[in-house]
Design a protein around this ligand. Structure first.
Ligand code: GAL
Length: 355
């Protein structure tokens, strides 16, 4: 009996010591307002803890000052690596200098951190390809290569403080430009440049307000655009809400693109209120980040697959790009349900599809 007790005490002490010496990883997410960041944070924490790390996970409610304070606390708490999805990519220079002064390594997560040498790696999805996937869907759906019809399109862009937004925009508009130049796609509002179409903070209400204004100004005859290019699901939701409020029906519902396969948007895809999304499996990205954290802390070579594309205005940041995947009503079961990402109940619409 005494031997067993001694073993139990020894084991408890070892575990206690291990946790005292467990390396710490700070995970700073921008907000809990968008479903994907909650998933990113939870996946990352689970994966990192599985690998024996102590994790400090924070969400900054899309307030830059809060994110900076979160990071300062992580530095004070002795985190060895910081994994950061920035709210405003250009706002972290000072706090990341403090991290660098303590030898703390920084991985930019999904959104590139700008204007500082103190970001060591970037883990994301191929953001330009996200835009290409959205544009190729439009090109194929309207058969733009072969048709002589003219379609009306409106364009939305992501938050101008998010470097990703420019990659999504350029990936899509580079592919659509030939059809705009050929007059097969026209933009009645004339609003094309990012400065005109960007929605600060990726907010659904602001996207809805802009779509309301576009419909009132450009489609007051009760017609609707044929296509709305939306870079992600939170904007697509606002666009769909505006169309619904304006009385748009299934017969004249525009093609609407998206990204993230958020639950509410998958329901809209099943209801015919959104045409497609882009699946960025947060489990894949979290697993990739864990590999990078392991390599950094073990002093091994950190896995990257792109050392040319992501220039943060101070340096080209070594990156690992995961593959984004097209998703729509034809493949969502295999992609999201069979893979265990969602349950059927999580993305089954409450209402019945429109007749
Ligand atoms: C981007 C991200 C997208 C999109 C957006 C809103 O940086 O890559 O997936 O969801 O933020 O959070």
């Amino acid at each position: 009996m005494k031997k067993i007790l001694a073993l139990v005490i020894a084991l408890a002490l070892c575990l206690g010591c291990a946790s005292a010496f467990a390396e710490k990883v700070g995970v700073s997410m921008p907000t809990q307002d968008l479903q994907r960041w909650v998933q990113d944070g939870e996946n990352m924490q689970a994966e990192l803890e599985k690998n024996g790390y102590e994790v400090k996970l924070t969400y900054a409610a899309n307030v830059v000052a809060t994110q900076i304070a979160d990071l300062e606390n992580m530095i004070t708490d002795g985190c060895d690596v910081l994994v950061i999805a920035s709210i405003d990519g250009g706002s972290l220079g000072t706090v990341l200098q403090s991290a660098a002064d303590k030898g703390i390594k920084v991985i930019a997560y999904d959104r590139l951190i700008m204007k500082t040498p103190n970001v060591d790696y970037y883990a994301t999805f191929d953001n330009y390809k996200v835009g290409q996937i959205q544009a190729n869907f439009i090109i194929e759906k309207l058969d733009l290569e072969n048709t002589d019809k003219v379609y009306r399109m409106e364009v939305f862009g992501g938050s101008p403080d998010d470097n990703n937004a420019y990659f999504f925009y350029n990936g899509a508009m580079d592919a659509l430009k030939p059809y705009i130049d050929a007059g097969k796609l026209v933009i009645p509002s004339g609003e094309v440049e990012m400065e005109k179409v960007a929605i600060l903070g990726w907010g659904t209400p602001d996207a809805q307000k802009r779509m309301d204004d576009l419909l009132a100004k450009q489609y007051s005859d009760g017609t609707f655009p044929d296509v709305v290019l939306s870079p992600n699901d939170s904007l697509a939701m606002g666009i769909a809400n505006a169309l619904e409020a304006a009385g748009c029906t299934a017969e004249n519902w525009p093609i609407i693109t998206g990204q993230d396969c958020d639950k509410a948007n998958m329901k809209n895809i099943l209801l015919g209120k959104q045409s497609m999304s882009v699946f960025k499996d947060t489990r894949t990205l979290a697993a990739q980040v864990v590999e990078m954290v392991n390599a950094i802390l073990l002093g091994d070579e950190v896995p990257v697959n792109d050392e040319k594309t992501y220039d943060n205005e101070v340096k080209v940041v070594p990156s690992f790009l995961c593959e984004p995947v097209f998703a729509d009503i034809s493949n969502y079961k295999e992609l999201l349900i069979d893979s265990g990402y969602y349950t059927v109940e999580e993305i089954t619409p409450e209402e019945a599809p429109a007749a």
